[in-house]
Write a protein that binds this ligand. Structure first.
Ligand code: G
Ligand code: G
Ligand code: G
Ligand code: MN
Ligand code: NA
Length: 254
């Protein structure tokens, strides 16, 4: 309850911050995008991790204004980077279930793109399987509207939710993000390695790109490269960090 009260004041008191984590294209070795990840710094509670407050924000509906703030701040930052000459960059924004089912989501996204001047093709919206499965037809409608605007859509934490392959091919999605639990299993388990290989083949068969998450070791990186994985994100290239800490990574080639 104390947390809920504090969360109510967090936006007004300017306690949120976005961290960004680089995403590296394995073909070119360049950073081609970042994922925006929210952080909450409370003067007494300290840093509260999103795992602790996103669910609460969902239950209370606070996720709607907080989510709009995340979207606007991420788009503004990405547009700033592009204007500053960091090159073409995408920014990935996590949506929560409640935001995804808001009737005015599509207008909100359009308004944020208009306000910030960011090209729609520089925005990637991350959805989860469970969000899509809650109401499949309505989810497909919303996804089509976002696609029509030119926004890129990805499935986050792929493989951990429940969705059937029959639906996967119906979702107008551009990118699969392989969950870090699969990446962790690559080394040391032949089955784990086979799973990752299969997910990448499946995605490519459906003309989707693949981003592997939670990549920490060279062995994982080598295996992913061998499977034709398109992009990776993880501690090996950089943890989620503040703008000033991420900027040097954006210039780098690996
Ligand atoms: O960075 P990391 O520990 O902190 O993120 C933890 C979880 O919080 C992840 O599942 C991530 O998707 C989620 N998350 C981070 N930022 C946001 C956000 O802006 N909106 C939503 N809905 N979830 C977020
Ligand atoms: O659920 P989602 O994929 O949106 O959130 C990504 C989560 O993964 C965040 O909590 C982020 O901090 C975390 N993360 C990013 N890179 C790594 C990594 O290399 N290893 C681990 N263990 N976690 C990571
Ligand atoms: O290898 P090169 O000279 O391009 O490396 C440039 C910088 O990038 C160096 O600081 C190097 O340590 C770092 N670097 C190279 N490869 C990796 C990698 O796979 N992960 C991380 N985190 N840093 C790397
Ligand atoms: Mn994500
Ligand atoms: Na994920």
């Amino acid at each position: 309850l104390a947390l809920e009260g504090a969360l109510r004041g967090a936006l007004r008191n300017d306690q949120f911050e976005l961290y960004f984590q680089p995403q590296v294209d394995l073909g070119s070795g360049r950073v081609v995008g970042t994922e925006a990840l929210i952080r909450w710094r409370h003067p007494h509670l300290g840093t509260v991790r999103p795992d602790r407050f996103i669910a609460l924000a969902e239950e209370t509906g606070l996720i709607v204004p907080i989510g709009a703030w995340v979207l606007r701040t991420a788009c503004r930052q990405n547009q700033h980077w592009q204007r500053a000459g960091f090159g073409p960059l995408r920014v990935g924004v996590n949506l929560s279930a409640r935001q995804f089912s808001e009737p005015d989501l599509v207008q909100t996204v359009q308004r944020v793109l208009d306000e910030t001047g960011l090209g729609a093709d520089s925005l990637e919206i991350e959805l989860t399987e469970s969000m899509m499965m809650a109401d499949v037809e309505s989810a497909i409608d919303t996804m089509r509207c976002l696609k029509a605007m030119g926004v890129t859509l990805s499935i986050d934490d792929f493989g951990t939710g429940y969705s059937s392959l029959a639906y996967l091919k119906r979702f107008p999605v551009d990118v699969l993000k392989i969950d870090q639990s699969f990446v962790r299993d690559i080394v040391g388990s032949p089955d784990g390695a086979a799973m990752v290989d299969a997910i990448i083949s499946l995605a490519h068969g459906l003309r989707m790109h693949v981003i592997a998450e939670g990549v920490e070791t060279l062995a994982q990186l080598d295996y992913l490269r061998g499977c034709g994985c398109d992009e990776v994100q993880g501690h090996i290239y950089g943890r989620p960090g503040r703008v000033e800490d991420v900027e040097p990574l954006l210039r780098m080639g690996w």
